[in-house]
Design a protein around this ligand. Structure first.
Ligand SMILES: *Cc1c(COP(=O)(O)O)cnc(C)c1O
Length: 226
């Protein structure tokens, strides 16, 4: 590891960074205000190491166990990695998630918020937390509906004493993403939340135009998932 910056992952990362910069400039934003999260779910530890060799420090994973298996040794060896949980979190995995991740982007229900709060107390550490918003009000999808967000934020903050830093969303696959990105931005502004995680390989430039502070890019960096 550590040498292969000439492979396709390094090239893809470079291309993604350039597109992020261009999209930020195009909307009068500073590129430093947009973090690139490399989504490495289902990818190998070797692929992650190649991305790290190409300068990538922020990674997103969907599953707690998979992330720990892949990143435990890497993370122990390097203090500068930032690991984001971007998939559904079961309450029985909350302890491990609080211990291992730097950011949990998928806080989406009272029971989970309560478990995270309890673990944060026990462990004396709390990851940065975002609430996942079901911007399309899709019945099969996780996330708090836009209508329920004010009460859920109040609950997190006042009942559980959690600091919520941002919002994340995955717009409906069958609809244009931009209106949903605008909805998330509006909600974040209304509630004083600075972090906005939105945009994936297919639409991250649009998300940046709408105010994304972090984009989650998988296939455009690592290629198709196996
Ligand atoms: C897989 C995944 C991504 C990355 O999607 P790509 O289309 O591969 O860029 C981003 N966000 C979440 C929540 C994901 O599950």
């Amino acid at each position: 590891m550590g040498e292969d910056t000439s492979g396709f992952i390094g090239e893809n990362l470079e291309a993604a960074r350039k597109k992020i910069s261009a999209a930020a400039s195009a909307s009068g934003r500073d590129a430093s205000g947009v973090d690139l999260i490399a989504v490495s779910k289902t990818q190998s530890e070797e692929a992650v190491k190649r991305a790290i060799a190409a300068g990538q420090t922020r990674f997103g994973e969907n599953r707690v166990q998979e992330a720990i298996g892949k990143f435990a040794a890497i993370k122990a060896a390097r203090g500068d990695l930032e690991l984001h949980l971007i998939g559904h979190l079961q309450t029985n995995k909350a302890a491990e998630a609080v211990a291992f991740f730097d950011v949990i982007q998928t806080v989406d229900r009272p029971k989970l918020a309560a478990c995270i709060a309890e673990q944060a107390r026990k462990q004396g550490r709390c990851p940065r937390l975002y609430v996942e918003v079901n911007v399309g009000n899709e019945s099969q999808k996780a996330g708090v509906s836009p209508e329920a967000l004010p009460e859920f934020l109040r609950l997190c903050r006042e009942e559980y004493g959690l600091e919520i830093s941002g919002l994340m969303c995955i717009p409906p696959q069958t609809e244009a993403a931009e209106p949903h990105f605008r909805t998330l931005k509006k909600l974040a502004d209304e509630h004083g939340l600075k972090r906005l995680s939105m945009g994936m390989s297919a639409d991250f430039e649009e998300a940046i135009a709408c105010g994304a502070t972090e984009v989650r890019i998988g296939t455009a960096i690592f290629g198709r998932r196996g």
